[in-house]
Design a protein around this ligand. Structure first.
Ligand code: FES
Ligand code: FES
Length: 159
């Protein structure tokens, strides 16, 4: 069977069973490898993407639930030539060590900054509390999100 998904503004019919995890389809069919498989149990956040602007765990989201939603992956935020302010800030703060958690950190931060463009440090820590970083670069990650917020870049009212 085939399910229609809209990812980063592009609609495409995917030949997959409805209970297939969205993460698998993003990585295998759309060839978008930014979202990572960490735990597969909604525990770590490495697989986070946005669905209609809300951060979701794509490892436990069946594609049937994602159909009809606007899915945004980290590839939809910026590019190497034109990085998103969050991506720039993560580089500037050297927030990644191994980098495995960074997709989830940035996508969760994107959701935060869209609803709260001027978060406090406590707001950032709270928004990222369920995203795990095994390298322990939490302080640099938080600094990066605050730096992105400070740039106050406004694109359609969203950073
Ligand atoms: S891989 Fe999805 S939350 Fe860990
Ligand atoms: S930078 Fe390695 S898991 Fe976060």
């Amino acid at each position: 069977m085939s399910i229609n998904l809209k990812v980063n503004g592009v609609s495409r019919a995917v030949p997959a069973e409805p209970d297939t995890p969205l993460l698998y389809v993003l990585r295998n069919d759309f060839e978008l490898n930014g979202a990572k498989f960490g735990c597969g149990l909604a525990q770590c956040g490495a697989c986070t993407v946005l669905a209609d602007g809300h951060a979701i765990r794509s490892c436990i989201t069946p594609i049937s639930a994602a159909a009809g939603m606007e899915i945004t992956t980290i590839e939809g935020l910026g590019s190497i030539d034109k990085p998103h302010p969050l991506q720039k800030a993560f580089i500037a703060e050297q927030a990644a060590q191994c980098g495995y958690c960074i997709n989830g950190m940035i996508m969760s931060a994107k959701e935060l900054l869209d609803r709260n463009p001027h978060p406090s440090e406590a707001d950032v820590r709270s928004a990222l509390t369920d995203n795990l970083c095994r390298c322990g670069t939490y302080n640099r990650i938080v600094r990066a999100v605050l730096r992105a917020a400070e740039t106050n870049v406004n694109t359609n009212g969203r950073i």
